[in-house]
Design a protein around this ligand. Structure first.
Ligand code: GLN
Length: 616
């Protein structure tokens, strides 16, 4: 039996557990008598990614009480209930440098320094909206359930134990009541605080709680929002500045991630946007932080280079490739005259393929590239096919860029945004000109946008090919034919009109004709027209259907009139009979068909080489 492949992430976490399992420094907390009974050798590690994948090592499902790790989460709930301004009147956000249980209240206002020390945490619990003490605890439990994805319970023994002995916290409660930081019964609030500290969790819970914060407040496994997006940064900020008690400065210096510890031996660290990690090992140091958990987190941060002030960020990575219409065109088959015109003037239409997450820096680098060439540009297409996320700042900058370009007569189109459903509302929230926003997102694909930009450019120049072709010599197929030969060919052609939407060629039909487009545009669809995918289109002055005309195979796609279309039909039988009746005309047409195919093949080669050259 072959063993499943092991992830190096999993192996690393297990190796850390093995490496530090022998560390016996520190003591299990005893001031809450029930905690003293904990097996000091328990050791679990769990890492949960921001998309909800869990790596677990050791006792990652052993339950312990959350203790102070509850504080940032209850602070988040109180922020959701009351907003930041109100909460700042109840507790500050400055590190105290004091121990977690210090009675450090502002001399004049009585306001605790921050919500991570007990005084600030009790003040915070008092701000959770509720009609009764029971409802307050129930709301706190529900909130934790949103982060962990399952109903939460309280460890009754630990709660009783702390309730019996927690005189210091009661004293803090009364002081807070005295300063009117707490406005209801301090006994009930401190009791709710003891209960929140006694909520039972395991490392996997902690990791997922962290991953939820890393994922802008949405639990990545259940998809449930646990905290308002806007308050995630408030919670992570107090964790970063005050989460590890009087070791907070050393922690952020070494490990560089917002984190929170609890006296029962848990540590939860968050790498914003990436993951949460939960570690449990009950022996704590003098500052109240788990000795082994500190080592594990420091090692994880060092090994994977996760310090927040050393971001793995590469602003240039937002730009994938760019090309102009002079180098690469849409899938529209155009008359050689039009194509030559696009080659000469196509630098005025430019496509930028963008990738990755768009925030300030990544968007700034795009703006710089777009602006650099925008003087002569008629249109700019920003292809978002490979963009994974756009924050509000980036959306606003994009709207500003499009508005600026519009002022100078350059149209901007953002394409392939199907997987970014919030982008349009983000832009619209900033740019109130709804017509302009509609225009910005007018084309779902770059191909459609390019087609439009090419037409727009050709319209602005004098189009080499008229909108209605009467002269048979315009068609490639007629090149090199004498006047008399042209008359012979003309005599064989049958005019046909197709109203907009009519199917001209059906897939799998027998190929009986070649179509010369006298006016209008036809679209080629792989599936049902309108619902399948449109793979190409043909302009006036070009021909459709020559493939089957050459090899006799059945039609490979559906062809539809995109406006009122007029064609001249050339019957396959008539062409074949020419071999005997007019061998010179037959040979010339055959040569012309070969040249036309060569032109199309060259276009494909050019497209491919631009893509591969720029991506290598
Ligand atoms: N319930 C504990 C207390 O208030 C929580 C302290 C902690 O985890 N640091 O003492």
């Amino acid at each position: 039996m072959s063993a499943a492949h092991r992830s190096p992430i999993q192996s690393f976490l297990e190796s850390l557990r093995a490496r530090y399992a022998g560390v016996r420094d520190g003591q299990v907390a005893t001031y809450i008598p029930e905690l003293a009974k904990t097996d000091p050798d328990l050791f679990g590690i769990c890492l949960a990614t921001a998309d909800g994948f869990l790596y677990e090592a050791g006792d990652s499902r052993h339950q312990f009480t959350v203790q102070s790790i509850s504080k940032p989460f209850v602070y988040g709930l109180a922020l959701d209930d009351n907003g930041t301004q109100h909460m700042l009147t109840k507790t500050g956000v400055e590190p105290s440098g004091d121990a977690f249980n210090a009675i450090s209240l502002h001399r004049a206002t009585g306001r605790p320094c921050n919500p991570m020390i007990n005084a600030g945490a009790i003040a915070t619990t008092g701000q959770v909206r509720a009609d009764s003490p029971q409802q307050r605890v129930a709301r706190i439990l529900e909130m934790f359930g949103r982060y962990t994805g399952h109903p939460m319970g309280i460890d009754g023994a630990v709660y009783e134990s702390e309730n019996r002995t927690g005189h210091r916290n009661r004293a803090i409660g009364h002081l807070l009541r005295n300063f009117e930081i707490l406005d209801d019964d301090p006994t009930a609030t401190v009791d709710a605080y003891f209960q929140q500290c006694s909520i039972a969790v395991h490392c996997a819970d902690l990791a997922l709680m962290g991953a939820t914060l890393a994922n802008q407040g949405v639990n990545p496994v259940t998809g449930v929002r646990a905290i308002e997006d806007a308050h995630v940064e408030n919670v992570l900020s107090v964790m970063a500045s005050c989460g590890m008690y009087d070791f907070s400065g050393g922690w952020i210096y070494n490990v560089g991630m917002p984190a929170k510890s609890g006296v029962s031996g848990g540590v939860l660290a968050v790498l914003p946007g990436q993951f949460g990690i939960g570690v449990f090992s009950p022996r704590i140091d003098e500052q109240g932080n788990s000795v082994r958990a500190l080592k594990v987190c420091a090692e994880v941060s060092r090994a994977w280079e996760l310090h927040q002030f050393n971001p793995p960020y590469c602003p240039r990575s937002s730009h994938r490739l760019s090309y102009s219409c002079a180098e690469r065109n849409s899938s529209r088959i155009r008359h050689p005259g039009d194509l030559a015109c696009l080659r000469d003037n196509g630098s005025r239409v430019r496509v930028f393929e963008i990738q990755g997450n768009l925030a300030f820096s990544t968007t700034e680098s795009i703006i710089r590239k777009v602006i650099a060439g925008s003087g002569e540009q008629r249109s700019v297409i920003l292809d978002f096919h490979h963009v994974t996320a756009v924050n509000n700042a980036a959306a606003r900058l994009l709207a500003d860029l499009a508005a600026e370009l519009a002022l100078r007569g350059t149209s901007t189109f953002v394409t392939h945004t199907q997987r970014l459903p919030s982008l349009r509302p983000q832009v619209a929230a900033h740019w109130t000109d709804t017509v302009a926003v509609d225009r910005l997102f007018r084309f779902s694909s770059t191909d459609l946008a390019l087609e439009w930009c090419e037409d727009d450019l050709l319209d602005a120049l004098t189009r080499p090919v008229p909108t209605r072709v009467e002269d048979l010599r315009t068609f490639e197929i007629a090149a090199g034919l004498t006047e008399q030969e042209l008359d012979v060919l003309d005599g064989l052609l049958a005019r046909q009109r197709y109203p907009r939407g009519e199917v001209i060629i059906r897939r799998d039909d027998e190929a009986t004709n070649l179509f010369l487009i006298r006016s209008g545009v036809v679209g080629v669809w792989l599936g049902e027209p309108g619902t399948g995918s449109r793979v190409a289109s043909f302009s006036v002055g070009t021909m459709v259907g020559e493939l089957a005309f050459l090899d006799g195979a059945r039609r490979s796609a559906n062809v539809v009139a995109e406006c009122d279309v007029e064609c001249s039909l050339f019957d396959v039988g008539d062409f074949l009979r020419m071999q005997d009746s007019h061998p010179r005309i037959h040979a010339t047409i055959l040569r012309n068909l070969a040249v036309s195919l060569a032109t199309k093949l060259r276009k494909v080669n050019r497209d491919v080489s631009i893509l591969s050259a720029q991506r290598s």
